[in-house]
Design a protein. Structure first.
Length: 434
């Protein structure tokens, strides 16, 4: 029977069993971000359409084809956020954060929305963790960003990543490069897909984003076009100096990186540094994360010229790899299951409530027999059972049984915590049992 309701195409439910890996990955990320001294920021999930159109670029794929737009009951033109950077910059301006300090280091984690064709690693609702440094044009900020980017991957178990890096220069340089690219691609126009031919007219840099294997060959220099022109050859002196300083900073930190002349990023707000990391085993949607500098973005929102640099990482893709490669540790072993008898049925909830201050505790809600309770304890993955036998309870005792070893001991009520700690944690907690 077909179900009447399913999660909308391109969205997923994260169920127990999978969610533990997400929680682990999120906790690792928070840990790294906090050690770097970044502060969390949470912005709305929807914003004015105009915010994204102005920053990501009217002609960008994200704005043209992928935005979830809607008009609310007050006739406002809104969009589910396709990315986080524009919102962070809007919040920075709206709350006058410049007056609170010159440099702000911020991070965020949450769902983003893009209407694309769902496939492995591409969803319509996906999660990003991202970080931004607002307020400094210094190449040192780009270096710190890339170090943080790499250290997040490291914390999830990805070792030996190579960061792809490029410089997109300033808008004038990009315009000159676009012309150069157009001229370079002109002889191969007929071999390009309809999409790429259109991009050639509107924004030739976007042709470099192609996933088409034949087009990739052309871009790789096959088919008589000769080598792809390099944007960094056109950089102004200051941008060149910036790029060299970023690379030197990365080398000093021992961060493996390679220049990728085809790296142009999918959003239009970038200036100078751009970077990404890919895992090709993911298939066509191989970017695990990316970012770069956006020195004109805040000004485009009507603020004073304010430089920024940041990145976001796609958690769905990261989690796909984490699962495939077995990076996540086993979830912590289970807790205690309280097994009650006829005369102690009312004691179980009371004892569970007290013990839940420290331990993970479960018990039977339905008044079932001892055998059913023991079965439930094993099925639920409990490490120990606390048996509230009628006679023992009368004497002020309970029976503790470790399920793995079968080891069993009778413990006086005031010795429960100590015995459980020894059994479960090898330490002693301080708490009072009423
Ligand atoms: P982005 O490259 O568009 O950059 O997205 C960053 C990452 O989000 C991608 O590398 C990918 O892992 C993930 N991602 C994007 N779209 C999807 C999707 N449909 N399904 C699953 N994962 C996806 C940004 O969003 C910029 N805000 C990054 C940035 C921050 N630049 C400066 N600061």
């Amino acid at each position: 029977m077909a179900l009447k309701h399913q999660a909308p195409r391109g969205t997923r439910d994260l169920l127990p069993g999978e969610i533990e890996r997400w929680q682990w990955a999120e906790a690792r990320a928070r840990d790294v971000l906090e050690h770097y001294g970044y502060r969390e920021i949470r912005t709305p999930i929807f914003e004015e359409v105009e915010l994204f159109a102005r920053t990501s670029g009217e002609a960008s794929e994200v704005v043209q084809k992928e935005m979830y737009r809607f008009t609310d009951l007050g006739e406002r033109e809104l969009a589910l956020r396709p990315e986080g950077t524009a919102s962070v910059c809007r919040a920075y301006l709206q709350h006058g954060m410049a007056s609170l300090g010159r440099i702000h280091r911020l991070w965020y984690l949450g769902p983003m929305f893009r209407y694309g064709r769902p496939q492995k690693g591409r969803y319509r609702q996906f999660w990003q963790v991202g970080a931004e440094i607002i307020g400094t044009p210094a190449p040192g900020a780009d270096v710190e960003m890339i170090a943080l980017f790499v250290d997040l991957f490291d914390a999830w178990g990805f070792k030996d990543l190579t960061v792809a890096i490029n410089s997109l220069g300033m808008p004038e340089t990009r315009a000159r490069y676009a012309e150069k690219l157009r001229a370079w691609l002109a002889p191969a126009r007929e071999q390009l897909s309809a999409d790429s031919r259109q991009r050639l007219e509107v924004n030739p840099l976007r042709v470099l984003d192609t996933k088409d294997p034949d087009e990739l060959k052309l871009l790789g220099g096959e088919g008589g076009l000769g080598p792809l022109p390099h944007l960094i050859d056109l950089l102004d002196a200051e941008s060149r100096e910036h790029f060299d300083a970023v690379r030197a900073g990365l080398t000093a930190l021992g961060i493996a990186h390679e220049i990728d002349h085809g790296l142009v990023r999918g959003l239009d707000y970038y200036t100078r540094t751009a970077f990404e990391v890919h895992d090709r085993s993911l298939g066509a949607q191989s970017a695990l994360g990316g970012g770069g500098r956006y020195d004109g973005l805040i000004e485009a929102l009507g603020g004073p010229p304010t430089p920024g640099v940041g990145f976001s990482i796609g958690l769905d893709r990261v989690l796909l790899m984490v699962e495939e490669k077995g990076f996540a540790p086993e979830p912590p072993a289970g807790g205690i299951y309280i097994v009650a008898m006829e005369g102690t049925r009312l004691v179980a909830p009371m004892l569970a409530r007290a013990l839940r201050q420290v331990y993970t505790v479960d018990y039977d809600l339905e008044g079932r027999g001892v055998n059913a309770q023991m079965k439930a304890a094993g099925k639920g993955g409990a490490r120990a059972v606390m048996l509230l036998g009628d006679d023992e309870w009368q004497r002020g005792e309970v029976v503790l049984k470790e399920l793995k070893t079968g080891a069993q001991q009778t413990v006086p009520l005031d010795g429960i915590v100590e015995a459980l700690d020894r059994m479960l944690m090898g330490t002693t907690s301080e708490m009072e049992i009423p």
